[in-house]
Design a binder for this molecule. Structure first.
Ligand SMILES: [Zn+2]
Ligand SMILES: [Zn+2]
Length: 143
């Protein structure tokens, strides 16, 4: 049995439903160029294991880099997850979760890629692009 917090979520139109287990109710925000193009803001995510999908035929997956893919609902366009290939974890979009009341922002990555027009007020840990690449070792460029 996996310990953690059971989370459920769905896309805007309801065609896709997701469940997963988060070890902690922590949200990370990614300010990288790709995430901002994808979401029009930082990508807020909760890392989950034991992820299951309902309505999987409505999910389009796009291979956004050599090591990761992103999923979205092909009917309504809601962004659903970022997923490192070969990982059993999914970075589920925080915005699709049904109950967000216990979540708190704990980490911001690619902080040096954040545009100046917004700033998140919460005190969090931060990582620059160089720190992310040093920690996770994908080739420089994009995540
Ligand atoms: Zn949808
Ligand atoms: Zn990103």
């Amino acid at each position: 049995m996996t310990q953690g917090i059971q989370l459920t979520g769905k896309c805007m139109c309801g065609a896709v439903r997701i469940t997963g287990i988060a070890s902690e109710p922590k949200v990370a925000a990614c300010h990288c160029d790709m995430c901002r193009r994808w979401t029009s803001g930082p990508y807020f995510e909760v890392t989950c294991k034991n992820v299951t999908f309902e309505g999987e035929d409505s999910i389009t997956k796009i291979r956004s880099s050599d090591w990761a893919e992103r999923g979205f609902c092909k009917k309504c366009g809601s962004n659903l997850f970022y997923h490192i290939i070969d990982s059993n974890e999914f970075q589920i979009a925080a915005g699709i979760l049904d109950d967000q009341s216990d979540l708190h922002l704990s980490l911001q990555v690619f902080v040096d890629r954040k545009p100046t027009f917004y700033t998140l007020a919460d005190k969090t840990e931060t990582m620059t692009a160089a720190e992310v690449y040093a920690a996770y070792a994908p080739p420089p460029g994009q995540n």
